[in-house]
Ligand binder design. Structure first.
Ligand SMILES: [Zn+2]
Length: 408
């Protein structure tokens, strides 16, 4: 038994009636979070909403004015998941989200055409395929594809589109002789009854449950974007069909326009411009690092030369790092001076270093850690680690200063 969407893939509205409606659940993933939605599973007399299968995602649409979130296959029946209950026996008008469906038809029929020609031209079998939200790919049974092969294949599939070849559906019984001429991929495991064949006249005959265009001209155009290494000795050929080619061109142009204005050069100069920027950034980072080291030494020397320096030194610097703090601590004789250093942005996690007489550092380190909500450890007159909050930095400074003052 076939669904109405398989008998007439172009039907956008269809009157039918509700057979059953029972409470159900749907597991969804929204922004990487798994949630379970409560709703209802609805079975209809017949449907134009395609249930997921053969590599093709399910349709969206409406039953009356109730949105259909998901359509799945249960044996020969389609189950429509909806948010609100429907009355069994109720007459309803089904509407399919046509933009989504026609896109699926273009990608799926395009896949049949690409697979057929990859096999007839190069002998590469299609072992699986995947329809993505942005782009799709066929997995070919070959370790690699040469750019010239991709180019020839793209030219050949587009030539077939220009030849406006009809695509028809045949239903063969399981003992039909014609069945031997047909490829066997793309049929759900639980398929029963007559075998559905998608026939691209003179090009390909393939068992498939999906919805397809009625003529290759409806594919408009196929763009093979290139190939990637696939699973074990396989190659994934990435493709776009029809409206997706137009959307991709629009998006690419919009990115290109932004880059022209950002890089102040035409598209042909973009790669060179980005390469130059990356090299400049690297050089600047390197010289920054050298300057920071030099500054650490100067900071320490400046302190040492101050006649009223006392026995406590503290500094906070946004741009510093662990090495910056180490250099200062090494330069200042910490046998008699307590050094408290922090680096990092004001409202972000940062780093700290407490250095000085061993006993003093061992006593004060854990308290500093607690006040700055940090994690760290120390030995031999050094205590350092990460801190979560600079909020109480001034308090820590006051505490340490008080300790140093009270020393003889
Ligand atoms: Zn198919």
């Amino acid at each position: 038994m076939a669904f109405q969407c398989q008998r007439d893939c172009y039907m956008q509205e269809f009157p039918t009636s509700v057979v059953s409606c029972s409470p159900g659940e749907l597991k969804q993933e929204i922004n990487g979070k798994k949630i379970t939605v409560k709703g209802f599973n609805v079975k209809l007399q017949d449907t134009i909403l395609f249930p997921e299968g053969g590599g093709q995602p399910d349709d969206h649409g409406l039953i009356g004015d109730v949105p259909v979130v998901r359509v799945t296959r249960q044996g020969t029946e389609a189950v429509h998941f909806v948010a609100s209950a429907l009355e069994p026996g109720q007459e309803v008008l089904l509407k399919v989200d046509w933009e989504r469906r026609f896109d699926h038809m273009q990608q799926h029929s395009g896949q049949h055409l690409i697979s057929a020609l990859a096999e007839s031209m190069f002998g590469y079998n299609t072992t699986s395929w995947e329809m993505g939200r942005q782009r799709s790919n066929v997995e070919l049974d070959t370790p690699s594809l040469k750019p010239a092969q991709v180019e020839a294949l793209e030219a050949a599939v587009n030539e077939k589109i220009r030849a406006h070849i009809p695509v028809t559906v045949q239903n063969l019984s399981l003992d039909d002789h014609d069945l031997e001429k047909v490829r066997s991929r793309g049929l759900p495991d639980d398929a029963v009854g007559p075998i559905r064949i998608i026939d691209i006249e003179g090009v390909d005959a393939n068992m498939c449950c999906g919805t397809h265009v009625s003529n290759l001209s409806h594919l408009q155009v196929i763009k093979l974007l290139g190939s990637e290494k696939g699973k074990k000795n396989k190659t994934n050929l990435i493709f776009l069909v029809g409206d997706r080619v137009l959307k991709y061109a629009e998006k690419s142009f919009s990115v290109e326009r932004s880059l022209v204005s950002l890089l102040k050069t035409g598209p042909d100069g973009h790669i060179d411009a980005v390469d130059k920027i990356q090299k400049t950034v690297k050089a600047v980072q390197k010289s920054n690092l050298i300057l920071l080291r030099d500054m650490a030494i100067l900071v320490a020397q400046n302190f040492k030369l101050n006649p009223e320096k006392g026995n406590f030194f503290t500094l906070h610097k946004k741009e510093g790092d662990n090495e910056f703090m180490s250099i200062i601590a090494n330069e200042i004789a910490t046998e008699e001076t307590l050094v408290f250093l922090t680096v990092g942005e004001d409202k972000r996690p940062g780093l700290f270093l407490l250095a000085g007489p061993s006993q003093k550092v061992a006593d004060l380190g854990p308290r500093v850690l607690e006040m700055l909500q940090g994690k760290g450890a120390g030995k031999n007159g050094r205590f350092q680690g990460k801190i979560n909050s600079m909020a109480r930095r001034a308090e820590v400074e006051a505490l340490l200063l008080e300790h140093c003052k009270s020393e003889p």
